[in-house]
Write a protein that binds this ligand. Structure first.
Ligand code: ADP
Ligand code: MG
Length: 770
């Protein structure tokens, strides 16, 4: 069904991301990891002993130094791109302002990196390519404050064990330079004087000439040149004062070519093109709380116009090009949940933190680092990106109002809470253990999702905020117009009178903990835990909001008009699934026609009061914004239209408004997505060519074993996105709005919408007895 209507909503504001964060392709540099195993295999092939199943233990031998070095080299230089990375980093460490790279045969035949840095002293040339010789580190402690990218003194040495290395270099004030070639860590001959331009040129030829397996795999796999271009592009947009070029040997044109500039955006434009640079927003975040994390981040992130199938994440931590899968995933989740388009982000991010908070020595190629308080840092960055995206989502046809207020008040309240925390030490009022409640989401213990709950002493301000939000909403209405529609006043006051005061207290002051299952969410209010039915409360909230916003809606514009007739047919067929034959189709056509006519007749009223626009041709073109930041699940559009035609009382004004509002409320409510939840038994739905009765374990086993089950990945990704988005909306849109606006009707106290599941005092008593 989601397929069928996608035609109408293609490119519309509703289009959902087709892939989930988890379905993203592996990060660019990740492929480096694969080769570590190969390094071991190939070393085995080339001389490491193989053991029989002998009874006596085999003797332990000391490996030849040459073998040791070659094994180590295979780890540091995993593929041509990793050699290029090491060479460029050396050039940058040498203070170069110009670095040019030439590549032949994807780097297997030739890698040549030339720079204009400080060069290498003549007297250092004999030990230049020995293992563990470096000019960047002398004592282990230096690692704590190291600013250079290199420090292991292994890269050049490694290259000489797996390739032929020639170095040409000249230092400041010399009349000529020197050229020397290396093999297995040592000079092949005395350094020869030669003409040279400022700096150093390093050539690596015939990489992996002595590692048959490695060379074969690299020859068979796609060649490394695109990876090298990508690598130089990344360096180029971070090191904007350095000019870079990268070209294939013999080619006239460079594939990356940048000049030194003072503008990062210019550099991005030059490297990634105008279409990327146009859709970027600058972002800066910092944190200086020793308890959480100390860092400063600045970067550029894509906005909602940017479209790409793959995430581009360019991350520098203290000027090192690194990867951080956790941060990447966290950002992808925010994008999937916040933006309506099916796009992966483009992220350039430079994070700086005190060097003593970064451990740079956790990976032989230095492509990973480990950070102090990494979780908090990721959390802060994730929040910053989220609010940046929310505030900049300009292409959507509606503007945020009420929710932006609530979000703003959350943020100001968060600030307040921070202040409170810093002063709370002075006025510590002891709370009995059994009365302690979860009030601060930054305390990671016992929370399901990060969520902020205001401190009790900020209640007063919270109430004023609430009042001002309500006033703002009221003032948006034209009182004169409303005065004429007494039925709306009646409905409004019915909502107020019918409100259950106990539930209202819970709603106003609860902390959202997380989703318990597909329908219920867990809330905490004082010392009690409640399960609330998300579908019921969202339905009610939407209904109340329709009444409150009556005749004053912002619009959601559909990118393509949706024909009522077809949608109604779809809904009628869906209702009548038991009879798969087409025998009643004529009848259904008639019903659909009549309903279309009815809705066309009511179009003027629907447009004026509810912002439901139906054009002359019988197409739906606009829908109302009921809760800012929230759009209804378009899979339910056919059902909504059928219900609009059939379930509305068109005779009496008050009942008419009430029933249209209820139908809208049901459409906008947060029902579970139509595609089954892929985590758990829902996975069955996504397998192709399989008997639908096969057990879940069976599918999972077969999936794990060989990918034997053919899964519809596109559909699966669509489902994962839909479920992730719903969860995000529940936490970030539904619950904050519910606190502000929902007046829970008395019926909710009995109908299972709110169920108390635990009371801390009672639990405490039980534990005391244990
Ligand atoms: P590391 O960078 O970890 O020190 P390398 O094996 O990459 O180890 O390099 C060894 C040393 O060679 C460096 O410490 C540096 O002094 C020198 N060196 C390498 N490449 C260059 C270069 N392009 N310009 C100047 N010096 C270089
Ligand atoms: Mg180095």
């Amino acid at each position: 069904m989601s397929r069928d209507i996608s035609g109408y909503i293609k490119n519309s504001v509703f289009a959902t991301p087709s892939k989930t964060p988890s379905a993203s392709s592996p990060p660019h540099l990740c492929s480096f990891v694969m080769d570590i195993d190969e390094a071991e295999t190939s070393a085995g092939e080339e001389g490491a002993p193989t053991f029989d199943r002998a009874v006596d233990p085999p003797p332990i031998r000391r490996l030849d130094e040459a073998v040791v070095n070659r094994i180590a080299a295979g780890e540091v230089i995993q593929r041509p791109a990793s050699a290029v990375k090491e060479l460029v980093e050396n050039s940058l460490d040498a203070g170069s302002t110009s670095v040019s790279v030439v590549i032949k045969d994807g780097g297997l035949k030739l890698i040549q990196v030339s720079d204009n840095g400080h060069g290498i002293r003549f007297e250092d040339l004999p030990i230049l390519c020995e293992r563990h010789t470096t000019s960047k580190l002398s004592a282990y402690e230096d690692l704590q404050t190291i600013k250079s990218m290199g420090f292991r003194g292994e890269a050049l040495a490694s290259m000489t064990y797996v390739g032929h290395v020639t170095v040409t270099t000249i230092t400041e004030g010399q009349l000529h330079g020197y050229r020397v070639s290396y093999r297995d860590g040592v000079m092949e001959h005395e350094a020869k004087p030669c003409a040279a331009v400022k700096g150093t040129q390093i050539m690596v030829e015939n990489l992996f000439y002595n590692m048959v397996a490695r060379r074969k795999t690299l020859q068979n796999s796609n060649d490394d040149y695109p990876k090298i271009v990508d690598l130089i592009s990344r360096f180029a947009i971070h090191n904007i004062f350095v000019s870079f070029s990268c070209r294939k040997h013999g080619a006239n044109r460079a594939d990356v070519h940048t000049a030194s500039t003072s503008s990062r955006l210019d550099a991005i434009r030059t490297v990634y093109g105008i279409s990327v640079a146009r859709d970027l927003m600058e972002i800066t975040v910092s944190d200086d709380s020793p308890a959480r994390s100390i860092f400063k981040m600045d970067g550029f992130i894509s906005n909602s116009n940017y479209i790409a199938k793959k995430t581009t994440m360019i991350l520098f931590i203290n000027d090192r090009l690194v990867e951080c899968t956790a941060l990447k995933r966290a950002i992808e989740v925010v994008y999937a949940a916040t933006l309506p388009k099916a796009s992966k982000p483009f992220i350039y991010m430079s994070i700086n933190l005190p060097s003593e908070h970064v451990d740079v020595n956790i990976h032989p190629t230095k492509r990973e680092v480990s950070l102090l308080n990494q979780e908090n840092l990721i959390d802060t960055i994730q929040n910053a990106i989220e609010s940046k995206l929310m505030n900049s989502n300009t292409t959507r046809t509606f503007q945020t109002q009420a929710i932006s207020c609530s979000v703003a008040s959350q943020f100001s309240a968060r600030k307040e809470a921070e202040n409170n925390i810093s002063t709370s030490g002075t006025k510590s009022q002891k709370v009995p253990v059994h009365k302690m409640v979860r009030t601060d989401s930054r305390d990671p213990f016992g929370r399901l999702h990060a969520y902020w709950q205001s401190e009790p002493n900020s209640q007063q301000e919270k109430k004023t905020d609430l009042a001002s939000v309500r006033n703002a909403i009221r003032s948006r209405r034209n009182p004169k117009e409303l005065a004429d529609l007494s039925s709306i006043h009646e409905l409004l006051s019915e909502i107020d009178c019918n409100s259950h005061s106990g539930l209202l207290d819970i709603v106003k002051d609860c902390t959202y903990i997380g989703l318990a299952d597909e329908v219920f969410a867990l809330l905490q209010h004082n010392t009690h835990l409640y399960l609330v039915n998300v579908v019921n409360i969202s339905k009610e909230l939407m209904y109340q909001q329709v009444i409150r916003r009556f005749a004053h809606f912002n619009a959601i514009q559909l990118s393509e008009p949706a024909p009522l007739q077809d949608l109604l047919m779809m809904a009628l067929k869906e209702e009548d699934l038991e009879s798969p034959t087409n025998e009643n189709d004529d009848l259904k056509q008639k019903i659909a026609e009549m309903n279309t006519e009815l809705l066309k007749k009511k179009a003027e009223m629907l447009e004026e009061y509810f912002c439901i626009n139906i054009d002359q041709q019988g197409n739906l073109t606009r829908l109302p914004v009921i809760l800012d930041q929230h759009t209804p699940d378009m899979d339910r559009l056919p059902e909504f239209l059928l219900s609009l035609a059939n379930d509305v009382d068109w005779e009496n004004e008050k009942e008419c408004f009430e029933t249209v509002s209820a139908v809208l409320g049901n459409f906008y409510a947060l029902h579970p997505p139509i595609l089954p939840n892929p985590s758990g038994s829902g996975i069955q739905f996504y397998k192709k060519n399989m008997d639908k009765t096969t057990s879940v374990e069976n599918v999972e086993n077969r999936l794990a074993n060989s990918g034997e089950v053919d899964v519809d990945h596109e559909l699966l990704a669509e489902a994962e996105t839909a479920w992730a988005q719903r969860e995000w909306i529940i936490q970030h849109v539904l619950f904050p709005s519910m606190r502000l606006f929902l007046k829970p009707p008395k019926s909710m106290a009995q109908d299972g919408s709110f169920v108390q599941v635990a009371s801390l005092e009672k639990l405490y008593k039980i534990f005391e007895r244990c």
